[in-house]
Design a binder for this molecule. Sequence first.
Ligand code: ADP
Ligand code: AMP
Length: 218
Amino acid sequence: MNLMLMGLPGAGKGTQAEKIVDAYHIPHISTGDMFRAAMADQTELGVKAKSFIDKGELVPDDVTNGIVEERLAQADTNVGYLLDGFPRTLDQADALAAITDKLNKPLDGVINIDVDPEILADRLSGRFICKNCGATYHKLYHPTKVEGTCDRCGEHVFFQREDDKPETVKNRLKVNIEMNTPLLDYYEKRNLLYTVDGNQEIDDVFSAVQKVLDTIKD
Ligand code: ADP
Ligand code: AMP
C-alpha cells in the first residue's frame, strides 16, 4: 500500500505511523524526521533546513522534493510506503504525483487525521521523543509505561523538539493551517482522501485508521 498521512502539526501523524508500520510492514518516510537527522549530523541539507525549521517555516520545495524523490527511489518502497509530512504544499503535491508516476508507485490513499486546531499547541508542548528509536510520547496523554524508559526500545534518553517551543509553534500552526485546505481539496478531487477523527484517544484513532486501510486494501 502506498499511503500518505495528512494532519496539522500535533495531529498524531507520527504516533499513528508507528502503529501502521508495525501492522503493515511498510517504510515510514517522514520529511520532518529526515530533516532532523540531517540537522543532528550537521550536513549541508541539515544546516539549510535548520534556518527554516527554527522559524516554523516550510523548507523550500526544491530541497524537500529532492529528498523525497531520492527516498522513494529506494527499493524498500517497492512493497509500499507511508509518507508523513509530505506533501505540504500544492506544488509538492504535483511534484509527488510526477515522482510516483515516474517510479510507478502511485498513491493508493491519503489519510487525513482531523483534529480541532485549539488542542494542537497542548499536544506539541507535551511531546517528547525517544532519542534512540524516535518513538513519540506525551507527558499527559501518552506517557511511557515505565517512567523514563521507552516502551519500544528500552532507551532512557528522550528529547523535546526545538520547534515545539511556544514561539515556534504559533507560526508553524499558522503556516500549516493555511496550506491544509487546498491540499485536502486536491486529494478529495482525486478520490484519494479518507478522513479520521483524530480528537479521540490514540488507540481509537488507530482503529479508525485500520478501517480505512481495510477498504483501501480491497
Ligand atoms: P504529528 O506527527 O502529527 O506532529 P505526533 O504523532 O508527534 O503528531 O503527536 C503529537 C503529540 O500528541 C505527541 O506528544 C503524541 O504523544 C500526542 N498524541 C498523538 N495522538 C494523540 C491523541 N489521539 N490523543 C492525545 N495525544 C495524542
Ligand atoms: P514535522 O516533523 O513534519 O512537524 O516537520 C518539522 C519541520 O520540518 C516543519 O515545520 C518544516 O519546517 C519542515 N518540513 C517537514 N516536512 C516538510 C515539507 N513537506 N515541506 C516543507 N518543510 C517541511
